[in-house]
Design a protein around this ligand. Structure first.
Ligand code: FE
Length: 228
């Protein structure tokens, strides 16, 4: 079996959210798909270890926020590399409450689906939830994020946003990429980290000591050099 074959399957990128009592939680998921159109049903596959799985099982409702291609890494990291057991992921994001109770993102989302669980299937590490769609709305007419795009950006293989002019001394310096050992994010000096105010062309060594991984928040010492 060639495991790389799985990388050829196309997905989007979503925040699947639910609630338990007054508590809200949501997480990044790529495994969301429409399974029937009349009536509309969707399937989401959620890891059993995640708090969202527990919330969906308890409440029987969930929402799917469809992420915009423009969603910043920090925003994705908040939902992807943090646990709702430690932080309130909705504390600093714009959202509204859906008709059945789970939160719906109003920022960095192009639209959403809200569903009630009709059935679920234990698939080992994950639970596959089948939901009957009770509401679906477009928030903004923009391009949705794809899983492939997210990985290209994360891996630093995106079209270089290199500046038109890089200082000679920086260009001469060995511009090595560094990988976050916690989440896999790659710091590419040619791209910098504009979301955190780090301009393109900044070598890893020159990042401020308090700079943290834009995805998971790990410090510089959690990074290791990667050969290009
Ligand atoms: Fe990280």
């Amino acid at each position: 079996m060639n495991p790389k074959t799985f990388h050829k399957v196309s997905y989007g990128l979503y925040v699947v959210s639910s609630k338990m009592g007054e508590r809200l939680n949501g997480q990044i998921a790529n495994t969301v798909t429409q399974v029937t159109s009349d009536p509309p049903k969707i399937a989401v596959c959620i890891n059993k270890q995640n708090l969202t799985n527990q919330f969906i099982r308890e409440s029987g409702v969930f929402t799917v926020s469809i992420l915009s291609k423009e969603a910043p890494m920090k925003f994705i990291g908040n939902f992807g590399f943090k646990s709702g057991r430690d932080v309130d992921k909705f504390a600093e994001v714009s959202y509204k409450i859906g008709v059945t109770g789970p939160p719906i993102l109003l920022e960095n989302s192009v639209g959403y689906l809200e569903a009630e669980v009709l059935d679920s299937l234990d698939v080992g590490t994950h639970t596959l939830f089948i939901g009957g769609v009770v509401d679906a709305q477009i928030i903004v007419d923009k391009e949705p994020m794809t899983y492939a795009y997210y990985h290209q950006i994360k891996g630093g293989k995106a079209p270089k946003t290199a500046p038109t002019y890089i200082k000679e001394e920086k260009a001469a310096k060995k511009t090595k990429s560094y990988r976050c050992k916690v989440c896999g994010y790659i710091y590419d000096p040619e791209r910098g980290d504009p979301e955190s105010g780090i301009p393109p062309g900044t070598p890893f060594e020159e990042l401020p000591d308090d700079w943290v991984c834009p995805i998971c928040g790990a410090g510089k010492k959690e990074f290791e050099a990667v050969s290009r």
